[in-house]
Write a protein that binds this ligand. Structure first.
Ligand code: ZN
Length: 1128
């Protein structure tokens, strides 16, 4: 009580009497006999009414049922029984008051007790979309009814102040002057509602509403950004304040019907520039304004505001904070544990006993730490964090650092004995997006100590899945130790936890020292999953561990350089994964999983440069795409190879040491690599990495290099042009004129495929063709771009193409398997755009009957997939299937349907692909074997006889050729499965049915919360249905009919799952009428697309390319296929 503010308590007691009188008046038989703090169990047996005094009204409504579990709340309990003695009533009233005050003091620990909390959040809005010369409506009012504003003004973007008084608007306090073109609209019922009758261009921008709450109480402001665009981009913090340390105390209430977070934050700030307004990020938080203090005081605070568009909470000060000073900012707030998979959110799983269990967990990247606590939520605003997490003793908590003091009692009242604090060690200097908080009932497996370091390594999961954590607990520490050597820097934290979260939006998140994963990214069961699943785990674990240095230790200054984080981690994941599983050939798979998919996207005019200026959180979210990850990784790999991998690795290590615990941008990295490459004499003295790499990062697209070889003269003539999927599309300009610095490496069939350093450069300023001398004999087949380390395509003169196909036919091993994959991928894609005839491209596939390696086969099959998709509804489709089956038959006979003990990893993987394709082509042997296995399983559902590697093929084939009983059997297996990997496999297979009614039902299940299909799996379901001809039509119709519902369930504003749904259909449309439908859909739904917009634009772009392709190439291919099929 000694800290208490007398006035606040006086006010409080008055409120209390009022509350009691109110309830007295409402229920005549209520009397006050005993006041006792209740535990939850008591609620069920006792008639009570509860009043929670320190929550805003909206929250009270939502949370009354479980309020009693909330520690630190001020509440009153009235027990009902008959007693009309007035003296008793009053004595209890006194008791109630005292106890309430006592309970009320049990808050999250902080140095000074604040008075009762009030939050007068402001509501505001405007009519949109906005256009110049049109009418604009603007309104604002208080969210709570606790206070009534006394007056209000609107300030326009040009600084004019409009005072609104009833139905009058006056300008700059000239009361009698009527303002031209601005009216007050009192009839709408909205407070402070004005209409700008004809919007001028200078009125587009920030409008601020200012509400005065009367004497003694502060004012409220809300800033609305009126914009004629979909998004604003100037969202950055002003940088006048820089946080140094945070203390963040959070109690997540993981209780259905409550799901709130009680929070307190203290932030020490350096005042970099004098300022009278504190701007701090906060989203979907209720900040108790009366609790906001600067250096423990409220006296300097004039009012509060919200800038909704920029997600700022604003504190207006009466005297500015002086430059060079340090201040402490503190506040209490209330957040919600939403189910949106962002911020501090809840995830649910079902226990083996069938009970719903909830956990609280976080996902902050890119801009969602601000949903968990008010903070300076930009990557360069690094600080140290002291975290406190409140929990019940039966649960555990986790954060980035180890716990310093565990299970500390919450001070004060006996009522909240059930909650305890875990207090964490202060963190290293880090960015907000890398924080993580988890409260769960999960268990862990601890890895054996690694001989190289003292890092405590634990893998966490729900209890019934802990037996699946063994694989990750072995590879995790191994990769971590390997990266310590690779980067030349020790892992800076004492521990590394990795945890499998049941509901997770991405694949995994690299939170420093506490990496979160989707279950399938971390959990492995050899009885259920295939070997490929291990490789998937290697990759994802290696990716996240690489971030611990590249991203966490050295962080990008701003999200523009996100690609550097993601591109590098993607590049490094191949290196880490190769270390633990060298037989898997992962480094050679790079071209299949990164280079070729990036080519596909980057060939479209809708692509974007790797490095993009971003502002709005939605734009930042959009940049987590293939271009950032895979093209980013591809150009980094190119750079490592053209200067030499050892030189590159040395430069990376220097860079990390130089910028550790701080931020950097791409030019800093270029500088470091240039210096190291010069020192190693791997780069010409007058050349810089920046000059080269800017052409790859600042313009979109990539080149195709045309090569003509003169073997007599020993020369090679090259020139470059942009590779575009559709020539008609080049509409944009580039500062480099779509020319690149191209590192040229070459060899010949039977030559050296080890050296990938560039032998010469093709430069942006070269005019036309450039001729280089080469070492070659007369009959050599020249191969340019050794192991496809350069991010470009190569087209040869027809003689060289011919020599290549001959070399492949006579000795395919004379060309490295990555270059065989390159040749197939380049040939098909050059043909696609008319740079090579389809006949010449298809000739390169004729050697495939001898090919036994996964890498080239994968490249070929993915190109055949495209042709198959285009031909699906055409006459030539039967010939195509016949041709493909003939090409595959030798390898299918060779590998067989079933696994063998002697299989290499790559053979096993190739078998899965070949069998999958053969069953898809309705090969009788394949279908029969698959349905036998499925039948066997159906006979005894408890024992699955199917080799994990073949599950997806067998399930899909059985459903394609089965009926509703097969489908229902598999659906029941999904419902009863506990394994995330198995569940994903089943979801993908359930779309294989040909039965429209079943497929329709299956699609509808993705919109039904109780179906058991998690939101994160919605796109798997829709994608699986859209794979077949029948299914695609169904999905398209379903999207058009259910768009509103789809976007409600899949929340377009925060992610673009719904955009993915559209893309599954539209991206393979190849008829003009279908394309027109897609365009019409895009145009009519434009305002509802949110973050889905970009994905749909790309899909439409692909459809345009398909339509053109059909017109140009269909007949040529149909003729060639007919010839092939009839000639044999
Ligand atoms: Zn990443």
């Amino acid at each position: 009580m000694n800290h208490c503010n007398f006035v606040a308590y006086a006010l409080f007691v008055i409120r209390l009497f009022y509350a009691i009188l109110q309830s007295w008046r409402q229920d005549a038989c209520v009397t006050f006999s005993t006041l006792m703090p209740l535990h939850v169990d008591d609620v069920k047996t006792t008639q009570t009414s509860v009043l929670k005094n320190d929550l805003p009204p909206k929250h009270q409504r939502e949370s009354t049922r479980n309020i009693i579990k909330t520690p630190g709340s001020i509440y009153l309990v009235f027990l009902r029984f008959q007693d009309t003695n007035m003296i008793t009533k009053l004595s209890h009233l006194f008791l109630v008051t005292l106890l309430s005050i006592h309970v009320g003091s049990n808050r999250i620990p902080r140095d000074v007790e604040g008075p009762k909390r009030v939050s007068n959040r402001i509501k505001s809005g405007y009519s949109s979309p906005v256009q110049v010369y049109e009418k604009l409506d603007l309104w604002c009012s208080l969210e709570t009814s606790e206070a009534t504003p006394e007056s209000c003004t609107w300030t326009s973007p040009d600084g004019t102040v409009y005072k609104v008084d009833g139905d009058k608007v006056s300008q700059d306090n000239h009361v009698d002057e009527v303002v031209d073109g601005i009216l007050a609209n009192v009839t709408s019922g909205e407070f402070c509602h004005i209409q700008v009758s004809s919007l001028k261009s200078e009125q587009i921008g920030d409008w601020t509403c200012h509400l005065d709450l009367g004497t003694g109480v502060k004012y409220q402001r809300s800033t609305l950004t009126v914009t004629d665009k979909l998004r604003i981009s100037d969202v950055r913090l002003p940088g006048d304040l820089k946080p140094t340390t945070y203390k963040v105390a959070l109690i997540p209430f993981i209780i259905p019907d409550n799901f709130t977070i009680d929070g307190h934050v203290d932030i020490n700030l350096d005042v970099v520039e004098e300022t009278a307004v504190v701007k701090i990020h906060a989203k979907d938080l209720t900040i108790y304004e009366e609790s906001v203090e600067i250096d423990g005081k409220t006296s300097n605070i004039l009012g509060f505001g919200n800038d909704h568009a920029r997600e700022f909470f604003l504190i207006y000060l009466s005297s500015p904070l002086p430059k060079g000073s340090t201040v402490r900012l503190s506040m209490d707030f209330l957040g919600s544990l939403s189910n949106k998979l962002v911020g501090f959110y809840r995830s649910k799983y079902i226990s083996p006993e069938g009970e719903d269990r909830y956990i609280a967990t976080t996902q902050f990247e890119a801009t969602d730490a601000r949903r968990a606590f008010p903070c300076f939520d930009e990557p360069a605003m690094k600080a140290k964090f002291r975290v406190l997490l409140g929990r019940v003793p039966s649960m555990v908590s986790l954060s980035n650092m180890p716990i310093e003091k565990e299970a500390q009692p919450m001070d004060g009242n006996a009522t909240h004995q059930e909650y305890v604090w875990d207090i964490y060690q202060e963190s290293v200097v880090m960015s907000t997006y890398l924080l993580a908080f988890i409260v769960s009932d999960f268990k862990y497996r601890q890895s054996d100590p690694h001989p190289q370091n003292d890092v405590q390594f634990r893998i966490w999961s729900r209890e019934s899945a802990v037996n699946r954590t063994e694989y990750a607990s072995q590879v995790g520490p191994e990769i971590l130790a390997y990266f310590e050597d690779f980067f030349g820097l020790k892992f800076p934290l004492p521990k590394q936890d990795m945890i499998a979260i049941p509901d997770f939006s991405g694949g995994a998140m690299e939170n420093w020292g506490l990496i979160t994963y989707r279950e399938r990214g971390l959990l492995y069961d050899s009885n259920v999953s295939s070997d490929r699943h291990k490789l998937y785990i290697d990759n994802i674990v290696a990716h996240e561990l690489a971030h611990q240095w590249f991203g966490n230790l050295v962080t990008m200054k701003w999200w523009t350089d996100l690609w550097l984080n993601e591109g590098f981690a993607t590049y490094a994941q191949y290196i880490g994964s190769h270390h633990v599983n060298p037989e898997a050939g992962i480094k050679d798979k790079f071209v299949l999983t990164s280079t070729h998919p990036s080519f596909k996207l980057d060939a479209l005019e809708t692509s974007h440069p790797i490095s993009v200026e971003v502002g709005h959180p939605d734009d930042i979210g959009d940049t987590f795409d293939t271009i950032s990850y895979r093209k980013g990784a591809s150009v980094i790999r190119m750079m490592a190879n053209f200067i030499g991998v050892d030189t590159f690795n040395k430069a990376i290590s220097n860079y990390l040491k130089k910028y550790q615990f701080s931020n950097a941008e791409k030019d800093d990295l270029w500088q470091e690599i240039t210096e190291t490459a010069h020192a190693d004499e791997h780069l010409a003295a007058n050349q810089t990495i920046k000059e080269i790499m800017d052409t790859w990062t600042l313009q979109k697209g990539f080149p195709v290099m045309s090569v003509s070889v003169d073997l007599v003269k020993g020369q090679m003539t090259c020139n470059q042009s942009r590779y575009l999927a559709s020539k008609a599309e080049q509409s944009s300009r580039s500062i480099y004129g779509y020319k690149w610095w191209i590192p040229v490496s070459y060899t010949k069939a039977g030559g050296d495929f080890v050296n990938t350093r560039s032998k010469f450069w093709l430069k942006p300023m070269d005019n036309g063709s450039v001729t280089f001398d080469i070492e070659a004999a007369e009959s050599d087949a020249i191969i340019v771009n050794v192991r496809q380390t350069g991010f470009y395509r190569v087209n040869y003169d027809s003689d060289n193409w011919k020599r290549i196909s001959e070399a492949l036919e006579s000795d395919l091993e004379s060309i490295h398997r990555v270059n065989r994959a390159q040749i197939l991928n380049d040939a098909f894609n050059l043909a696609k755009v008319g740079l090579l005839s389809y006949e010449d491209a298809l000739i390169q596939t004729q050697y495939l009957s001898k090919e036994k390696d996964l890498i080239p086969w994968s490249a070929a099959l993915s190109e055949f997939s495209f042709i198959g998709r285009m031909l699906k509804r055409e006459k030539a489709h039967a010939d195509f299937e016949e041709f493909l089956q003939r090409s595959l038959t030798p390898i299918y006979s060779d590998l067989g349907f079933s696994a063998r003990d002697t299989d290499t990893v790559l053979e096993a993987e190739l078998r899965v692909k070949v069998v999958g394709r053969m069953c898809g082509l309705d090969n009788a042997d394949c279908i029969n074997r698959a349905s036998d296995l499925f039948q066997e399983w159906m006979k005894n559902g408890n024992v699955n006889p199917i080799d994990p590697d073949f599950k997806s093929v067998v399930y899909c084939s059985a459903l394609r050729h089965g009926d509703a009983t097969h489908w229902n059997f598999l659906w029941d297996q999904f419902k009863s499965s506990d394994d995330n990997f198995e569940m994903s496999t089943i979801l993908s297979a359930l779309g294989c049915s040909k039965d429209e009614e079943i497929l329709q039902k299956y699609l509808d299940l993705t919109l039904d919360k109780s179906s058991g299909i998690r939101k994160q799996d919605g796109s798997r379901v829709v994608g699986s249905v859209a794979r077949t001809v029948v299914g695609k039509d169904l999905v398209w119709k379903w999207i058009k009919n259910n768009w509103d519902q789809i976007t409600t369930v899949y929340d377009v504003s925060s992610h673009s799952t719904a955009g993915g749904f559209v893309s599954y259909c539209v991206s393979s449309f190849n008829k003009p009428e279908r394309l027109a439908e897609a365009v019409q859909f895009y145009e009519t739904k434009l305002t509802t697309l949110g973050a889905a917009k970009k994905k749909i634009e790309i899909a439409i772009q692909k459809a345009k390319v398909n339509v053109e392709w059909m017109e140009q190439h269909y007949q040529v291919i149909a003729n060639w296929l007919k010839e092939q099929v009839s000639s044999q």
